[in-house]
Design a protein around this ligand. Structure first.
Ligand SMILES: C[S@@+](CC[C@H](N)C(=O)[O-])C[C@H]1O[C@@H](n2cnc3c(N)ncnc32)[C@H](O)[C@@H]1O
Length: 268
């Protein structure tokens, strides 16, 4: 990470925060199927997956015959991605440790840039968009999955934000990437008007308390919130009660329903 990056500390924190994410990728796997289909990725295309994590989108894209590169900040997840690629016989995928805001690829390298709940965590949307556009070939396309602010995960991020130390000033809140008007505005300068689709990620949970326990272990922002409150048991208990109340309206038939939005846009 270059020292000139004003958000290098935030990214260092993100890198550490996401290292425990692997169990959650079981639930992002079906979304990857939806995103790859929505992006109409076909054999022979060069595809970049930004914020690849354990590689669920990259590997799904590679199974179409596309030539895929996966990029992520977090080396622990890339190690799992490599093992997933070995198991899935998609070893040709290239894995890169790197930052969505500083993509280490030449201009016009890819036909498609995808990101599933990944680039939304880059603090400067305009920098991430400009980088994703720069590495696209003429007429290439961008396709991504994000969390709308009005559904469960968007509300969860707002809840975590309210109860955590403040983010560095100037960092855009990730769920803004789930608002179609903001998405259209952010893409307007370098992409044609976007198309949208929606879906629901389903997370099975025996009880809401099982779900909370899972989230506290495997979803970095929740894990950090609980660590931050470890010395204040009363506040921690109150936060856990609030988390369970928030989850209640999305929990039915032993599943927590998490609505996402997909965006597809062609480069100008
Ligand atoms: C919620 S996980 C999603 C992982 C994967 N795409 C999936 O759907 O399972 C967010 C991922 O974004 C990565 N990430 C966060 N900020 C990033 C940045 N600035 N550049 C690249 N990756 C980033 C994290 O390391 C993490 O792997």
């Amino acid at each position: 990470m270059p020292n000139s990056d004003p958000f290098s500390n935030l990214k260092k924190h993100q890198k550490e925060m996401w290292a425990s994410f692997t169990p959650t990728a079981m639930f992002t796997t079906p979304v990857a199927g939806h995103l790859v289909k929505f992006a109409s990725i076909v054999s022979g295309e060069h595809v970049l997956d930004v914020g690849t994590g354990t590689g669920v989108v990259a590997i799904t894209a590679a199974r179409t015959g596309a030539r895929v590169t996966g990029l992520d900040l977090t080396p622990e997840l890339l190690a799992v991605a490599r093992e997933n690629a070995r198991i899935g016989q998609t070893e040709s995928i290239v894995w890169t440790e790197g930052d969505a805001e500083n993509l280490p690829y030449p201009d016009a390298s890819f036909h498609v840039v995808v990101s599933q709940f990944g680039h939304m965590f880059a603090p400067r949307p305009e920098v991430a968009v400009s980088e994703m556009r720069r590495v696209l070939k003429p007429g290439g396309r961008i396709a991504f999955a994000t969390w709308p602010p009005e559904h469960f995960v968007g509300k969860l991020f707002a809840f975590i934000g309210r109860n955590s130390p403040p983010s560095p000033s100037g960092a855009a809140p990730p769920p803004q990437w789930g608002n179609p008007a903001i998405i259209a505005e952010r893409l307007a300068a370098s992409f044609e008007a976007p198309f949208f689709a929606r879906g629901t990620m389903k997370v099975p949970a025996l009880t809401i308390q099982h779900f909370r326990t899972f989230m506290e272990k495997s979803v970095g922002p929740m894990q950090k919130l609980v660590e931050h409150l470890a010395s204040d048991p009363e506040k921690l208990a109150a936060i856990r009660t609030e988390f369970e109340a928030l989850t209640q309206s999305y929990y039915a038939d032993n599943v927590v329903h998490q609505d996402y939005i997909l965006t597809l846009a062609q480069a100008r």
